[in-house]
Design a protein around this ligand. Structure first.
Ligand code: GLU
Length: 469
């Protein structure tokens, strides 16, 4: 069974690139009836915080990317990590190295002076028991290093990048346990992925250099080696690695800016993978069509305009009740009280208002006139537009026409308004503008027919009467 995982470190925000990695892991697992798991890589105790962990959990939950099983915390597996180090020592695949940081620096200086490769040269590989004891007597604490095998290269078939061949002489006997007894990243990842029975390690291509070390440890520990798929990083519109200078990189920023999770998921999936020519597709469609090997090898550039475009499409299609739930906290933050009446208006009107919005705050702005109570405070332009005798007469005449109407459907109201315009011998805007101001207190709103329908007969007539007083 396919088992994938997302393994973020809780040391800051949840980066948009991590989310895309999570998405690919999720979609690939689902596409193969497998499981998508999560591990919090919190072994760096100094940099890991509980808040950062919560940000990861909440951010992924917002996007529907909560792992299928409960989150694994790396620090909870510390005994397994230490045991694996013991196993490697016993197998002769690892050894103690007592060199001090100063001695290592001297070694590197010499290497530099002689134009040699810089790196640990394995000089403590074969210490005798006496040599070790004398280091211990000096008060030295050893690190544990992995003993590189006597081979030329590590080769793997990367699902995204194709075959990767890594010369072993580019590595040195790397540290797997620090002098303070804490195991290092490359070791713990291998042990945890093995314990969690991960079959596919799908992660950013910034980890390619770790993979040879990890494969060597899988082999040394006698674990089966998973498939690796290294996906390219996300770049900014200028083709450089995405960073704060390009705009938001934290997922919560996107939530705050008012993007819908569906739109962001769609956009991030599309960034690095394509489903034919479609720009817009659901998660289910992505799952039905996803092939890991079709993920692009090259980096993709983040295009904020495209994300805005997609978000606008999702807003237009969204269910009004769903939209209202998303808008509620925005209105609350603006101190706007969502009464049952206003909620009723919005439930009918949001579909119409989404035509004017790219993101949720735009939609909240477009809907804000529904919170205005008559008599309205008008801006100068609106006040002038309704102050004329013509405007007042037109509104009064329309008031009596509408008062006689019992059919308040959109189509009928539209007919009534058109007939009114013809009968009065005026242009539509001659009635449209004062009517809009009378109904909303603003000049920027959806069609007047829609407004009449949403506000209902009594409220519409009341507002028109107030304006003609
Ligand atoms: N904790 C690592 C990171 O956040 C995960 C590496 C991996 O997926 O193996 O980059």
């Amino acid at each position: 069974m396919v088992r994938t995982r997302i393994a973020p470190s809780p040391t800051g925000m949840l980066h948009i690139g991590t989310v895309r990695t999570a998405l690919f892991n999720y979609v690939f697992a689902k596409a193969n009836n497998g499981k998508y798991l999560g591990r919090i890589e919190d072994t760096d105790r100094e940099r890991s915080t509980a808040e950062a962990e919560q940000v990861i959990v909440d951010g992924l939950a917002w996007l529907g990317l909560t792992p299928d099983e409960s989150w694994v915390k790396q620090t909870h597996n510390i005994e397994d990590h230490k045991n694996a180090v013991q196993v490697l020592l016993e197998k002769g695949c690892a050894y103690e190295c007592f060199m001090s940081p100063e001695e290592l620096e001297v070694m590197r200086e010499e290497q530099r002076a002689q134009g040699k490769k810089i790196g640990y040269d394995g000089r403590h590989r074969n210490l005798t028991a006496e040599q070790k004891q004398s280091f211990i007597n000096e008060g030295r604490k050893p690190v544990i290093r992995f003993k590189l095998p006597d081979e030329d290269k590590v080769v793997w078939q990367d699902v995204v990048q194709s075959e990767i061949s890594y010369p072993i002489n580019e590595l040195d006997d790397f540290i797997i346990m620090r002098a303070d007894g804490t195991p290092t990243y490359n070791l713990v990842v291998v042990v945890d992925d093995h314990t969690m029975e991960i079959t596919h390690v799908i992660r950013g291509d910034d980890h390619i250099n770790n993979t040879p070390k990890q494969i060597l440890m899988y082999q040394a520990l006698g674990y089966s080696v998973p498939e690796f798929a290294h996906i390219p990083l996300i770049h900014g519109p200028d083709g450089k690695k995405l960073s704060k200078r390009h705009g938001a990189v934290s997922v919560l920023d996107y939530k705050e800016m008012g993007y819908l999770p569906e739109a962001l998921n769609n956009y991030l999936m599309r960034l690095g993978w394509s489903m034919g020519d479609s720009e817009k597709f659901s998660m289910d469609e992505a799952i039905a069509n996803f092939k890991l090997k079709n993920v692009n090898k090259g980096a993709s550039n983040f295009d904020f305009n495209k994300l805005d475009w997609l978000n606008a499409q999702y807003l237009k299609e969204a269910d009004n009740v769903y939209l209202l739930d998303l808008l509620r906290p925005i209105f609350k933050a603006q101190g706007k009280e969502l009464t049952a009446t206003i909620e009723g208006y919005l439930t009918q009107s949001l579909g119409e208002l989404t035509a004017r919005a790219k993101k949720l705050p735009d939609l909240a702005e477009a809907a804000s006139f529904y919170f205005n109570e008559p008599p309205f405070t008008l801006d100068e332009k609106s006040a002038q537009a309704v102050a004329t005798a013509e405007a007042k007469n037109t509104l009064t005449a329309l008031h009596s026409v509408l008062a006689a109407e019992n059919n308040w459907s959109h189509d009928h109201l539209s007919d009534v308004l058109n007939r009114f315009v013809t009968d009065q011998g005026i242009k539509f805007k001659d009635v449209g503008m004062p009517l809009r101001i009378a109904l909303t207190g603003t000049t920027n709103s959806p069609s007047v027919t829609h407004l009449l329908e949403v506000l209902g007969k009594d409220e519409s007539l009341k507002r028109m009467a107030i304006m003609t007083q």
